[in-house]
Design a binder for this molecule. Structure first.
Ligand code: GLU
Length: 491
């Protein structure tokens, strides 16, 4: 690239999602790497919405993509919602640019109208494959005389605009994959627009990357076959060539390309499932990048410092859900109780455990005894529902510790009722309960005989936080009520 123009020296990268679906984890990873590269190099990160496919694009997906990128903390310096020098940042608003360059290509004889139907093209492909030739377009419409072209267009015959590919060996350097060589003889003339107002992907990208002064195209490896096509179009338009970096594929546990078959692929699914944005960012960074040390925990800010394209691997990056859970547990434990309570509210509301105005202090207490064991926020309702319910359901077998008989369980429950009802309301806290109940439990030889039925009666669960902490949060009245209900069960 020319270095004469100072503006050209500034690193400019982009993420260019098509709003044809929810934000995919792969697109989010590409966005993250572009963002990190831009920030590390004091460059600019651009969001461009590639909505030229009118049938498949939908504003609701654009909103989803923008919302989820924002949630991840990946901020762009220019984009549809942030003013910049090189806008508009939505392809549907850039049609005049595409028309301008298409006209230029027509004028220079570098493109032509192709009237072949899909069926004809398919038959041609099939034939070529059957004789072992590369399945590329023959270029036969190149030869249609101008008058005939005009006539057909006037008749409204369907056509596309094709770019003439002159076969040659093309070399380019990929910052991750090294020197690459393509034989463009294998490509065939490329359809680059349906008409002057309807550009297709490979052409629109080239025009936009040029007009937005993109210096580095960092994108998924699945786009590698597009790169030689885009370079040919750039050369025809006399545009400078950006640097390229193709990120490794994201693979599922069976090492095939990550897809829905392996589980969720949408960022919004992970978000709903209760993964924190810090987790997703940290996790995605390692989908292809590695600091080369043992360090595993990286905030967005520390990634900006440490990231470099040199440390991006060539081979596929395996999506390891166990690692994701591990990281989420870590980040959940890092949160303040107040923050964790706050972000738990939507999950508890969804499970209909709390209403509009929850008791935050009580919620904080509950969260504080579950923070350690929580892996993702969506697990919370099942762990803590018994705090919010009036009556809990469980089988009486749950009250039984080891070989205890019903009689023994009943005795324990009686004892608990007697001891707990004597404790003053103002003393009904974890420390006191522990002090009083442990003495009695000690007398019974096996502590479990008193403490297990208590914990089970209060929570109705096989496993939960400890009985003293639960009892304090439930409060004296509810605790005694649950013991009574347990006694009813054992009768
Ligand atoms: N719209 C393309 C996509 O979503 C962008 C590809 C590119 O970065 O050039 O995959």
């Amino acid at each position: 690239m020319s270095n004469n123009n100072p503006k050209r020296n500034k690193i400019r990268v982009r993420i260019a999602p098509s709003p044809t679906g929810t934000l995919h984890i792969g697109t989010a990873r590409t966005a993250l790497f572009n963002y990190l590269f831009a920030k590390k190099n004091e460059g600019s990160f651009v969001l461009r919405i590639e909505d030229t496919d009118l049938e498949r694009s939908d504003p609701k997906w654009e909103k989803d993509i923008i919302d989820n990128l924002k949630w991840l903390g990946i901020k762009w310096d220019e984009g549809p919602d942030v003013k910049g020098e090189y806008g508009p940042y939505k392809q549907s608003e850039r049609l005049s640019s595409y028309a301008k360059y298409l006209k230029k290509l027509f004028k220079e004889g570098k493109v032509y109208h192709c009237f072949c139907s899909e069926d004809e093209l398919e038959a041609e492909r099939q034939y070529l494959m059957s004789i072992g030739e590369p399945a590329k377009y023959s270029g036969k419409c190149r030869e249609i005389p101008e008058k005939e072209v005009k006539k057909r267009l006037a008749e409204g015959k369907k056509s596309v605009i094709r770019f003439k590919v002159s076969g040659k060996k093309m070399k380019f350097k990929d910052l991750i994959r090294g020197n690459l060589e393509f034989d463009t003889l294998l490509i065939g003339d490329i359809a680059i627009a349906k008409d002057l107002a309807t550009p297709l992907y490979n052409f629109a990208v080239v025009v936009d990357d040029f007009e937005m002064k993109i210096t580095h195209v960092i994108r998924g490896e699945d786009h590698l076959p597009n790169t030689p096509k885009q370079i040919l179009i750039q050369e025809a338009l006399d545009f400078p060539r950006p640097e390229y970096a193709h990120l490794p594929l994201i693979l599922g546990s069976d090492r095939s390309k990550l897809s829905k078959r392996h589980g969720a692929t949408a960022v919004s699914d992970y978000r709903e499932d209760g993964y924190l944005s810090e987790t997703i960012v940290n996790f995605m960074a390692f989908l292809g990048w590695n600091p080369g040390t043992e360090r595993e925990i990286y905030s967005l800010r520390s990634l900006v410092k440490e990231f470099s394209l040199e440390k991006v691997q060539k081979g596929g990056a395996v999506f390891n859900i166990k690692r994701l859970d591990y990281l989420n547990g870590f980040y959940i434990r890092q949160k303040s109780i107040k923050k964790l309570a706050e972000i738990s509210i939507p999950y508890l509301k969804k499970a209909k455990l709390i209403k509009e105005d929850p008791d935050i202090e009580q919620l904080k207490k509950i969260i504080s005894i579950y923070q350690e064991r929580l892996k993702k926020l969506s697990e919370l309702p099942d762990l803590v529902d018994f705090f919010f319910k009036d009556k809990i359901e469980y089988n009486k077998g749950l009250l039984k510790w080891k070989e205890m008989t019903d009689e023994e369980i009943k005795d324990s429950l009686d004892k608990l009722e007697e001891l707990l009802s004597k404790i003053k309301l103002s003393n009904f806290n974890k420390e006191n309960l522990e002090k009083i109940l442990l003495i009695e439990a000690g007398r019974m030889g096996d502590r479990g005989k008193l403490l297990w039925p208590l914990r089970a009666a209060l929570s109705g669960k096989e496993s939960s936080a400890g009985p003293f902490e639960i009892a304090e949060i439930l409060g004296k009245e509810k605790v005694l009520k649950r013991i009574k209900e347990a006694k009813e069960l054992i009768k």
